[in-house]
Design a protein around this ligand. Structure first.
Ligand SMILES: C[S@@+](CC[C@H](N)C(=O)[O-])C[C@H]1O[C@@H](n2cnc3c(N)ncnc32)[C@H](O)[C@@H]1O
Length: 286
């Protein structure tokens, strides 16, 4: 039996646990996750780490975190499952609705005025797909498919589990609550029989969204360049140097006057000379 901190650093109790998560184990996990995917786990995440990784260890019949550490260092598939178990995937349809209003009321006009024939959007850190499907619904309802020859959304995430959900495009009944009615009927279909009570993104819209696994810390394809990058509620898990490096790469990946959406608690920080703030976490490439 091991012992582990079960609450925040400042308010912890020790209790008996199945496995022993030593200080060395925890520091390794912090370092390894940060090095591979940029996610910074504070010391207060110790109980969360224990809970999620002990499940992995139990499934593999491992007794010691030292053995689990060796496994994730040497086995690519295990490393993917380790990362999946430590990501935070909270999302919802039309989250931070002002971004969709801006897309519909400002960007579509702008792109039309500039006689764009194709529109490329990147949802970076798309989780289970609600963000790219909200973007494509917003474009569809506003008539973007008639305005441009080509509309394409690239949707990427690190986590293979959420990507599988995103590709299927099927969501529980309660997710309907965050979908404004003007998008619900034209863009989603109701599930029947086994899928009763669920909703699915319409097939005709799903084809515009292309999902793939991408670690934002790895190299990216250099083309296409994007008219809009939506990277919302992802950088919040990174430390400042990782955020800064990522913002510089987003800047390069955007077309001239390209737009960047970030999450409500994020900012462009040290890269403010690269982006002009248009308000409400919306930035334009300088
Ligand atoms: C909280 S969700 C945000 C989802 C959506 N963008 C939104 O705002 O609703 C954060 C997502 O970022 C992904 N993520 C974290 N680190 C990443 C990395 N290094 N590369 C790619 N995706 C990453 C996670 O797997 C997770 O699905």
């Amino acid at each position: 039996m091991g012992r582990v901190l079960t609450r925040s650093e400042s308010d912890f109790t020790l209790q008996d646990n199945e496995f022993e998560l030593t200080e060395k184990d925890f520091k390794f996990i912090q370092w390894f996750l940060h090095k591979t995917v940029g996610i910074y786990l504070s010391d207060r995440k110790r109980a969360m780490v224990y809970g999620r990784l002990s499940r992995q260890m139990r499934q593999r019949g491992l007794q010691r975190f030292a053995d689990y550490r060796m496994l994730i260092e040497t086995d690519e598939q295990e490393r993917i499952l380790f990362i999946n178990s430590l990501t935070t995937n909270k999302t919802e349809f039309f989250r931070e609705y002002h971004h969709f209003e801006f897309l519909e009321k400002v960007m579509l006009n702008e792109w039309q005025t500039n006689k764009r024939d194709s529109i490329n959007i990147w949802s970076a850190g798309c989780s289970t797909g609600q963000e790219p499907y909200s973007l494509i619904s917003s474009l569809y309802v506003s008539g973007a498919m008639e305005m441009f020859d080509e509309v394409s959304i690239r949707a990427t995430d690190l986590d293979t589990k959420v990507l599988a959900h995103a590709k299927a495009g099927i969501y529980s009944a309660d997710s309907v609550e965050s979908i404004p009615s003007k998008y619900l009927k034209p863009c989603f279909v109701k599930g029947k029989q086994q899928q009763e009570g669920k909703i699915k993104i319409a097939k005709g819209l799903q084809k515009y969204v292309h999902f793939s696994r991408l670690n934002l810390l790895d190299s990216w394809p250099t083309k296409p360049k994007f008219d809009l990058i939506s990277c919302r509620n992802v950088m919040i898990y990174f430390d400042k140097p990782t955020q800064e490096a990522l913002l510089k790469r987003f800047h390069q990946a955007l077309k001239p006057n390209g737009i960047l959406f970030i999450g409500h608690s994020e900012s462009v920080g040290a890269c403010s000379e690269l982006f002009h703030h248009l308000g409400q976490t919306i930035y334009v490439k300088q």
